[in-house]
Design a protein around this ligand. Structure first.
Ligand code: NDP
Length: 453
């Protein structure tokens, strides 16, 4: 397999989840591998995404825990939160993980070249002044947050900035209705800010199951998040005291400490030199790939958020691993994006695997819907007015469970386990045969007997 004509068998552009996984598995298969990263090893997920976000979610949930404790006989004294301490603690953990990534690569024998890589041709990457050649090149550069194109957009921030704000904001405007918008709305609200979520349509989480959207929205409303729907900012200006004044499309205006654009992410391909090598892109500049992560150029591959697939860390890991196994391990591994489970770490959290009810009804002749909405046991004594949702969609023709949705505490932990069952194609009868664990919320998923539709 080793090629002497090139500096490396594989050169990876981007040291995030997908790139690092592909690099070290390829090296494990015996390939000579180099990798470049212009920022910090770990990429979006570790440095400015999933990991610090989840740490902030944990931080923000303590306010709710303090409130709920009263119903259990506790009296919690005065509490206070230090944003500076939290940011410092988060930074220590990110730095630790960054070092772990470095060690993983070093131990695998991957050579890391700090700097941004630019494609020169189909076998050459320029990193700084150095031209590096490789038989195969993997593009794993991820995405970058996108801001609305309105006057004053530069006065807003994006999620990358939200983790290291110099001062904690009291009034927050979040623009967008997807993952990042609802997650950050919950974080800032839990940490004590007044939060307004501004979305261009009528309800958050557009592509999610209708019941999930309704129950998550209700939980966010009950926590005091204000929604401004069917509305968009049209202009941001800075006030004399450094606040952000926002004009909205409905003619209203408001003042906020920060405006967070959570309006999607676009592939980070500007200046990457895709055109030098002839790599084809699709809508929004996403790199077009096939099931082996092959681009339009034979020697160039792409994985993760830069491709036109599912922008989730575990998916990028799977794509990177499958690429390495296929190209260097002698194992034929096309990627498989069926039944990818996902979670939104909103408050309340939601998690799903398989089809939404809307998708199921489009794809199947008959669908049986099992749904339970109930007050989680923990909230009975705390008096919190909030419902959890458990929902199962069953294909009427085959009895297979084709969609499963949970909103409520530990939703993601539950769905990760049930995703195995959905992925394995188990039937509602299999679910019914499974004994529940009592008392849990998850037992609802194996005890719902009456279809509601
Ligand atoms: P999403 O695609 O989830 O949401 C983007 C939001 O911005 C949507 O509500 C969209 O509206 C809105 N929007 C997009 N363009 C415009 C525009 N021009 N004007 C007004 N509104 C606009 O992206 P995020 O940025 O929230 O997250 C990026 C990706 O990162 C996610 O898709 C997800 O794959 C991943 N992610 C995963 C997380 C997890 O697994 N928990 C957490 C965070 C991110 P509309 O609905 O109308 O299109």
């Amino acid at each position: 397999m080793t090629t002497t004509k090139f500096d490396y068998d594989l050169f990876v552009i981007g040291g995030g989840s997908g790139g690092v996984r592909a690099a070290r598995i390829s090296a494990g298969h015996g390939a000579r591998v180099g990798l470049c990263e212009e920022s910090r090893l770990g990429g979006t997920c570790v440095i400015r995404g999933c990991v610090p976000k989840k740490l902030l979610v944990f931080a923000s949930q303590f306010s709710e825990a303090f409130e709920d404790a009263a119903g259990y006989g506790w009296s919690v004294g005065e509490t206070s939160f230090s944003w500076t301490d939290m940011v410092a603690a988060k930074e220590r953990e990110i730095t630790r993980l960054e070092a772990v990534y470095g060690r993983l690569l070093a131990n695998a024998g991957v050579e890391v070249h700090p700097g941004r890589g630019t494609l020169v041709d189909e076998h050459t990457v320029l990193v700084g002044e150095r031209r590096i050649t490789a038989e195969k090149i993997l593009i794993a550069v991820g995405g970058r947050p996108y801001r609305l194109d309105i006057p004053g957009a530069e006065l807003g921030i994006v999620s990358d900035d939200a983790f290291d704000l110099p001062e904690y904001p009291q009034r927050v405007l979040v623009v967008g209705g997807g993952y990042i918008a609802v997650e950050f709305a919950g974080i800032f609200r839990g940490l004590g800010s007044q939060v307004t979520l501004n979305y261009r349509r009528e309800r958050i989480l557009r592509s999610f199951d209708g019941d999930v959207r309704r129950v998550v929205e209700a939980g966010m409303l009950s926590r005091g998040i204000e929604f401004r729907y069917n509305n968009l900012p049209t202009r941001i200006t800075e006030t004399p005291d450094g606040k952000r004044r926002v004009d909205f499309s409905d003619g209203a205006s408001g003042e906020f400490d920060i405006v967070l654009f959570a309006t999607g992410r676009h592939p980070y391909t500007g200046g990457l030199g895709l055109e030098n090598a002839g790599v084809a892109t699709g809508p929004k500049g996403l790199v077009a790939v096939d099931e082996y992560s092959r681009t339009s150029v034979q020697s160039i591959f792409a994985v993760g958020d830069v491709t036109d697939r599912i922008a989730l860390t575990p998916v990028a890991l799977m794509e990177g691993h499958a690429f390495a196994d296929t190209q260097f391990g002698g194992i034929d591994r096309p990627v498989d994006h069926a039944n990818v489970p996902a979670a939104v770490f909103s408050q309340p959290p939601s998690s799903s695997v398989g089809l939404t009810e809307e998708e199921a009804r489009n794809q199947c002749d008959s669908v049986r819907v099992f749904r339970s909405e109930f007050t989680p046991m923990k909230y009975t004594l705390s008096g919190r007015d909030e419902k959890a949702l458990m929902k199962i969609l069953v294909d009427g023709a085959t009895d297979r469970v084709i969609g499963l949705h949970v909103v409520g505490p530990e939703a993601a932990e539950m769905v990760q386990g049930f995703a195995v069952a959905v992925r394995a194609g188990l039937t509602k009868t299999d679910f019914d045969r499974t004994i529940g664990i009592h008392p849990t919320s998850a037992e609802e998923l194996v005890t719902m007997r009456e279809a509601v539709a």
